[in-house]
Design a protein around this ligand. Structure first.
Ligand code: ARG
Length: 503
């Protein structure tokens, strides 16, 4: 449809054409590109049901469906321009059908429907699709983290708190931590998917219809699990969309933290990782540069998505129950948040798959680190029966002295500790030489940890096996959803072709 074709289809009681500026101001036509196909599919399901319920004749359904199929084809081939004097995609599509099949037949397609339940349907269909895309990309990122975790089992790294050396551990453990976060994101996506996957159509404007509509049939044709039963709820609620954006904001916040770690680790000072050239950006003037721009943008986009969520919440909070035009404005941030998140997860997967870990640089940091100090404290608790506070004080003093002497923890020995103890605690402290050597050796200390979920090879192995299973389960549920949608797609396509080509 082009600008030569005009809207105004709905202006039955309004004496004048709409003011041009007003139309430009309120038209959502351009933003509705995201729901173009969804609106056609929803309309097709509605028309099939109108025929099956005897509200329109077979011939009428056939002609409308033929025109809708033509439009769908043109739309998928990108041949339809979303322009013209229409308030939105709904008016454009209905006008198109009327222009094709005439008002006598085309004028019946919207029977028993309002743009209020229609747009709620389109949004649910589109959010459902986005959630599946994000689900798929998140699975891919999860698999990337898992396979790098398997591969980097032996690679040691400092774990940081306050960005200061905390404890020695393994790269795998770091990667698995983020995989666990993603598994929770996946649980949230799954729950939101099922809450989104409900059909609002048939609610009409707000209170239902006197026509004998079959809401269950429309839901079935469109692959919904159930209805949004209450008609007021069906047209008013957008909490499924808010939930989807809240999920993306939570996801992006964590992805941004991974991005931040990787940005820091790729700096010359750390040098823990190297980005593959194909994911790095150059400088226009400094030829040596290898900038982590994709990660910086992910970090920035996470801020955007948080803003989109707060914008949406603010938009929603004062709207009276029922459809209000404010709801139109909520679509844009919704698509943006979902799209940016999907693309961010995808790019981060490439980064995780492509980075190389510089073991030499990580070991350099580890070898001079005082990070095993906490394990030395615990050895004093276990072998020397010191109270934690005394052990903490003693080891703290030892670290201070070694630091002044520019020595590493592994360069000291139990006799120095004993000497210090007499000075500070006023008592002897004995620690077996082999125990001392083991705990202050940063290469060995991580293996001595005993707690569940610790950064230690045994626990990492256990988690790798368990998470592999869990990722497989979530992938299975994802495939199950795809299969259900495919089945309903076949069902609606069958109904359409029977009606279009039948007698
Ligand atoms: N363009 C509108 C939207 O996006 C469609 C619904 C309009 N409904 C109405 N009663 N004006 O929300």
């Amino acid at each position: 449809m082009t600008s030569s074709e005009e809207g105004g289809l709905y202006r039955s009681r309004l004496g004048k054409e709409m003011d041009e500026d007003a139309l430009n101001y309120l038209s959502s036509l351009r933003d509705d590109e995201e729901i173009f196909l969804e609106d056609i599919e929803g309309t097709e399901a509605h028309v099939i049901m109108l025929y099956e319920q005897g509200i329109i004749s077979k011939e009428e359904a056939r002609q409308i469906l033929r025109a809708l199929e033509d439009l769908k084809k043109e739309a998928t081939e990108g041949r339809v321009e979303l322009r013209g004097g229409f308030e939105d995609i709904h008016e454009l599509i209905e006008s198109y059908i009327i222009s094709r099949v005439g008002r006598e037949i085309g004028g019946k397609l919207h029977s028993g429907r309002s743009r209020n339940d229609q747009v709620a349907l389109d949004i649910r269909l589109r959010v459902r699709k986005y959630l599946l895309e994000i689900w798929r990309e998140t699975l891919a990122l999860g698999n990337a983290l898992l396979s790098r975790a398997e591969e980097q089992r032996e690679t040691m790294i400092i774990h940081y708190t306050h960005l200061q050396h905390a404890q020695v551990g393994y790269v795998s453990h770091y990667l698995l931590a983020h995989l666990d976060h993603l598994l929770r994101d996946l649980e949230r996506i799954k729950a939101c998917y099922h809450r989104t996957n409900r059909c609002p159509l048939g609610a009409c404007a707000i209170a239902g219809s006197t026509l004998p509509l079959n809401r269950d049939r429309v839901a079935e044709l469109l692959g919904f699990e159930d209805l949004v039963e209450n008609s007021i709820d069906a047209v008013s609620s957008r909490d499924f969309a808010l939930e989807a954006v809240a999920i993306t904001a939570i996801m992006m916040t964590n992805l941004s933290r991974i991005a931040e770690d990787l940005i820091i680790w790729s700096s010359s000072e750390f040098g823990y990782i190297e980005l593959p050239d194909e994911l790095a950006s150059p400088s226009s003037v400094m030829p040596h540069k290898k900038n982590p721009c994709v990660l910086e943008l992910l970090r920035a986009k996470s801020g955007r998505v948080i803003g989109l969520l707060t914008g949406l919440l603010a938009m929603m909070k004062g709207i009276p129950t029922g459809y209000n035009r404010d709801l139109q404005e909520a679509k844009k941030p919704l698509w943006e948040a979902l799209r940016e998140t999907r693309d961010s997860v995808k790019i981060l997967t490439k980064v995780i798959e492509g980075i190389s870990f510089r073991k030499d640089r990580m070991l350099e940091s580890i070898s001079g680190s005082y990070a095993p100090a906490i394990e030395l404290v615990e050895a004093l608790i276990k072998y020397s029966k010191l109270p934690l506070r005394d052990a903490h004080k003693l080891v703290g003093s030892l670290v201070r002295r070694l630091h002044e002497q520019k020595k590493a923890l592994k360069d000291s020995d139990p006799s120095i500790l004993n000497e210090l103890s007499q000075e500070i605690l006023g008592k002897e402290v004995t620690l077996p030489e082999d125990v001392f050597k083991e705990v202050v050796n940063p290469m060995e200390v991580a293996k001595t940890r005993k707690t569940a979920g610790a950064s230690t090879p045994k626990e990492i192995e256990k988690m790798i096996n368990d998470r592999k299973k869990r990722l497989g389960e979530v992938a299975g549920e994802f495939e199950g959803n795809l299969k259900n949608l495919l089945k309903s797609k076949e069902k609606i396509e069958e109904s359409i072709s029977m009606l279009i080509s039948g007698p």
